[in-house]
Design a binder for this molecule. Structure first.
Ligand code: COA
Length: 395
């Protein structure tokens, strides 16, 4: 096998595996899940249907979709020990930490954990898609001194999440908008969290171990954590008169404008375009246009500043407009990243199944990249080793 030496690139532009799940054209701003463009899925699909597509490589017919949705609904009830554990957590714990720590609890609550067949993993995927939203909503209620609510299986996945979070039946239009958000965030090729999931299960660890790693990776502010940071930025800028000056100062001080830029897209993220329109529409519907207006001002100021600095390819990503959308839906800022996980769990599970059972016969069993050692060879703790090049130099 030829070893490709890429140093300090974060593996950008280096394909490490084959996938049939999703595709990005970063120059053209195209995102495809299993042959379907994201714009078409957002318009015509639902989150369960998209999750089925990601897991199975084809859209379900009506009966299959009904059965899949029923399996999700039947998997929502969690073992009591999980909520008991939540009640003992410090109330100020970060929701992403609570979520990451709860994934192994879901493993402990799975009587068929040891079933490592493809079907067994599909079943685990359905349990995870059903249960991650329940965990997020239940933690929010428990930290606020409220009791978790039972699921209302007459609602959609998105609608039930809003119900279990807020305890009020959601406006159907808002539930549908959240459903679209879940479709948009469900997969995104080898992003950091998906790669973390795949890397972990390449060791033959179970799906829950991979997902726990994925949640940890998603929590970072350069990945899923960006949506919450965008909302914090918008709240901070509410009274700011000189947005352009603020953007300039941030960049001058070496700080990133959250929700802008992407490792793969060199043009507008297609999800951001859909979310921008949703933010505008929701703002008008709810009489809260200030968040959309402010986002537009920051976007314009940032684009002009990036242009001035010769960085024309930095454009809004999906987190830029999802922040205002989620805020208007009543999602607390620190639940915005967990909400990302509520959606991305579908893609993580699809990738884990592909990693475990994909048909790329020649792929190595385990990810094991190389690093370039740039530390000391000798002089520490009596270490007598010298690599061949150093030995030659000594001679
Ligand atoms: N604000 C300010 N500068 C930015 C920027 C942003 N949002 N995104 C990239 N840049 C600048 C970097 O500072 C760097 O400048 P330099 O060459 O002068 O050092 C240059 O653009 C390249 O940045 P880099 O981080 O190496 O590019 P990348 O394409 O690998 O980065 C991100 C992708 C997502 C990590 C980066 O754009 C970022 O940090 N964005 C903000 C966080 C975010 O929204 N994350 C969610 C991603 S979906």
């Amino acid at each position: 096998m030829e070893i490709v030496r890429v140093k300090n690139t974060g593996l950008r532009g280096v394909p490490v595996a084959d996938t049939k799940i999703s595709f990005i054209d970063g120059e053209e701003g195209v995102l495809i899940y299993r042959g379907y463009r994201i714009e078409d899925l957002a318009e015509r699909s639902t989150f369960p249907e998209t999750a089925y597509l990601l897991l199975n490589d084809n859209l379900p017919d009506k009966d299959r979709l009904q059965a899949f949705s029923r399996q999700i609904a039947e998997s929502r009830h969690l073992g009591d020990f999980i909520f008991d554990s939540f009640r003992r957590w410090p109330k100020l714990s970060f929701p992403m930490d609570v979520l990451q720590a709860s994934v192994p609890l879901l493993a402990a609550d799975d009587p068929a954990l040891a079933d490592e067949t493809r079907e067994g993993n599909l079943r685990k995927a359905i349990r995870l898609i059903a249960r991650i939203p329940v965990l997020v909503a239940a933690w929010h209620r428990i930290r606020n001194g409220l009791e978790p609510l039972s699921a209302d299986n007459s609602l959609s996945c998105a609608g039930n999440f809003l119900w279990q979070l807020h305890g009020t039946k959601p406006d159907p239009g808002i539930a549908r908008d959240l459903d679209i958000c879940l479709i948009l965030h469900a997969d995104h090729t080898f992003n950091a969290s998906t790669f973390a999931c795949r890397e972990v299960v390449s060791t033959r660890a179970h799906m829950y171990a991979g997902v726990a790693a994925g949640v940890g990776a998603l929590s970072g502010s350069l990945h899923g954590g960006a949506n919450a940071r965008v909302m914090q930025m918008l709240m901070k800028l509410e009274q700011e008169k000189d947005i352009a000056g603020w953007v300039r100062r941030e960049i001058d001080q070496g700080r990133k404008i959250m929700g802008m830029g992407h490792a793969v897209y060199k043009t507008m993220d297609p999800r951001a375009a859909i979310l921008r329109e949703m933010s505008r529409r929701l703002g008008e519907k709810l009489g809260q246009t200030k968040w959309y207006d402010l986002s537009i001002q920051v976007e314009q100021a940032a684009l002009e500043e990036f242009q001035r600095r010769g960085k024309k390819t930095i454009k809004p990503n999906c987190d830029f407009y999802s922040a205002s959308v989620y805020h208007m839906m009543g999602i607390p800022v620190d639940l915005m990243t967990p909400l990302f996980a509520v959606s991305r769990i579908a893609g993580w599970c699809a990738h884990i199944i592909e990693e475990k059972f994909g048909d790329a016969q020649e792929k190595p069993a385990l990810y094991r990249p190389e690093s370039e050692y740039v530390g000391h060879y000798c002089g520490k703790m009596g270490c007598m080793y010298l690599p061949p090049e150093e030995r030659k130099r000594e001679e």
